[in-house]
Design a protein around this ligand. Structure first.
Ligand SMILES: Nc1ncnc2c1ncn2[C@@H]1O[C@H](COP(=O)(O)OP(=O)(O)O)[C@@H](O)[C@H]1O
Ligand SMILES: [Mg+2]
Length: 351
């Protein structure tokens, strides 16, 4: 007789259409219960995945029948949050209302690789043909200029419209406070100035003609995060974590914060997940591995993938040539490209 593990194994063979991830990993399977030899499988898709519902329904039935498992399937699609409810104070005043997809890349803790993930995801999305923008909201420690190889650049002013033209690199339009202040002079920001600076990076920059805008956030759950969620209607947030417990606890806080502001969680990315020895290929779980996926399951949010701990990722950042540009065929680059593909698929982003 089949066991619950057999059912989960069968469900793991069901891929989300178009991407290399299964519905269990993505967190769509909510419940498997058994009664009198029949398994009740409860699957819940995020609103953005709804157009794939029929295909997923058919593949689940297929997989369970192939495994000869008696089942009952309940497949639901969550209702999208009404845009007004998604960001109570954004509403009509959203300065970026014309940008179809707006994604916050956040983390509870600093140094987990949020900016690295934001930059590589942005370039990966651009490679998929999406017109992509990247907005650095980390006013205290902007890293986009360095990571994009644009440290000594400055944006031009479109005088007619009195707006800044974002810089463009690797087909990603990007802006950062780092382009606007002298990087050798530490800037002391006071609360109201921060809100104003972020506002300007949204309003006074020409963000026309883009499909998706990524926001690289500072660490934590502070003012910038909350004010962003209030100013624009975000499509959702990607939470970056490393596998250590401390980072996971902070990631959970980050997820909670976005939930409170009604911003959908698009998923968790586990960065610095494992180290693959360049000589023998053996994988070492330096900080432990799999914590991100477990935490994603526990919090009932999709898991978007693991990025290895890899010196060339850091070097790419320091040199201003993101790994997806520098070594597009490497396992590390492929990990980023995969996460980008999952994200694009789950949001049904297309041009
Ligand atoms: N997967 C990785 N492998 C190796 N180094 C990484 C990886 N991710 C990030 N780093 C490095 O770790 C440091 C912190 O990353 P960063 O993206 O600036 O973090 P955050 O934005 O969360 O503060 C940087 O030097 C970066 O190059
Ligand atoms: Mg950063």
């Amino acid at each position: 007789m089949a066991t619950q593990a057999d059912v989960v194994a069968a469900l793991r063979s069901v891929q989300f259409p178009g991407i290399d991830r299964d519905i269990v990993t993505l967190g769509y399977v909510k419940d498997v219960t058994e009664s009198a030899g029949r398994f009740r499988v409860r699957v819940e898709l995020s609103p953005t995945a709804s157009t794939a519902a029929d295909a997923i329904d058919a593949s689940i039935r297929n997989a369970l029948e192939r495994a000869e498992i008696p089942y009952e399937l309940e497949l639901k699609t969550q209702k999208p949050a009404a845009p007004a409810a998604a960001a109570p104070s954004a509403g009509d005043s959203d300065p970026l209302a014309h940008v179809p997809f707006k994604i916050a890349v956040s983390s509870g803790k600093g140094g987990v690789g949020k900016s690295t993930v934001a930059v590589n995801l942005a370039v990966a999305l651009a490679k998929q043909g999406l017109r992509t923008g990247l907005l650095d909201t980390d006013i205290y420690g902007p890293s986009i200029p360095l990571m994009m190889g644009l440290e000594d650049s400055q944006p031009l002013l479109d005088e007619e419209n009195n707006r800044l033209i974002p810089l463009e690199r690797y087909e990603v339009k990007n802006i950062s406070i780092g382009y606007l202040v002298d990087r050798h002079t530490p800037v002391i920001w006071r609360g109201p100035m921060i809100g104003k600076a972020i506002d300007q990076l949204m309003r006074d920059v020409d963000w026309s003609d883009i499909d998706v805008l990524l926001f690289d956030l500072p660490p934590g759950t502070g003012d910038i995060q909350i004010s962003l969620a209030q100013k624009v209607v975000l499509s959702g947030a990607v939470v970056v974590t490393t596998p250590q417990d401390v980072a996971l606890i902070d990631a959970a806080k980050g997820v909670e914060m976005f939930r409170k502001t009604d911003v959908p969680i698009l998923g968790i990315v586990e960065n610095m997940s494992f180290f693959a020895c360049p000589h023998c290929g053996e994988r070492t779980d330096i900080f432990g591995s799999g914590g991100g996926e477990k935490e994603a399951n526990r919090m009932d949010v999709p898991f978007l993938g693991r990025i290895p701990l890899e010196p060339s990722i850091r070097i790419g950042g320091d040199e201003g040539r993101p790994i997806v540009v520098r070594e597009p065929e490497s396992a590390a680059a492929r990990a980023f490209l995969d996460v980008a593909a999952s994200l694009a698929a789950s949001l049904q982003m297309s041009r």
